[in-house]
Ligand binder design. Sequence first.
Ligand code: PEP
Length: 266
Amino acid sequence: MNRKPIFAANWKMNKGAQETEDFVKGFLSRIRSQDLPADMVIAPPFISLPKLSELLRGPGAEQCAQSIQIAAQNCSQFDSGAYTGEVSVLMLREYFVHYVIIGHSERRSIYGETDEVINAKLKKAREANLKPIFCIGETLAERESGKLESVLRTQVTDGLKGLSEKDMLDTVIAYEPVWAIGTGVTATSEQAQEAHAFVRSLVAEIYGEDVASKVRIQYGGSVKPGNAAELMACPDIDGALIGGASLDPQSFFEIIQNGSGVAVDA
Ligand code: PEP
């Protein structure tokens, strides 16, 4: 199974409209003459989505801008109403948003999102035909106490509860060990491959081998230009979700360039 790698920039709470424009100009100048065999996604803060969609989908947008997909970093599990500070999936659709990150470990740990909330958000995203980037991953304490597999099993089974086979095929899973996010510590390619293979086996338990072989599983956690190729060469790693190193157009570009040339058949 040849899965197209997918590289997503998670800018977190960085880059307003002007910095978004500066990044896009710099990034487009790098991809203009390239044919990168990967899906490329940018997830800016909500406030910068109008600027990003104008730059990538507006009347003056250049051809290569079409190859970049727009993502949100979160969405509400509700349609509308008294939910101060929240943004609905239909609002996201107005800005050509195609993907939405759901269940990021920062949402889980700082904002208390449970597997139940994440499941509701995944369902809401799919109702609006958005493609979720569904994040899972263990803390260091969980890994060191031998709970890696049980944590991933719970996150996957509870998170995906009630999602159809089609929903699963339209979802990207991001395996992000919490101890590797923003720490500069990357999982070794062996650790990452082992976890990815396990996550794929969990998907196979629920949806069958055929679906599992098609689902893309990104790795996230201190991915940089220097480690992208080795990680992406692992048979079950199909791209990356990138925080810090995606803030600079050159380093995001190099990660994609180094990581997309090495996809292997599973
Ligand atoms: C992330 O936020 O999803 C992430 C992986 O961050 P970083 O690349 O900075 O570790």
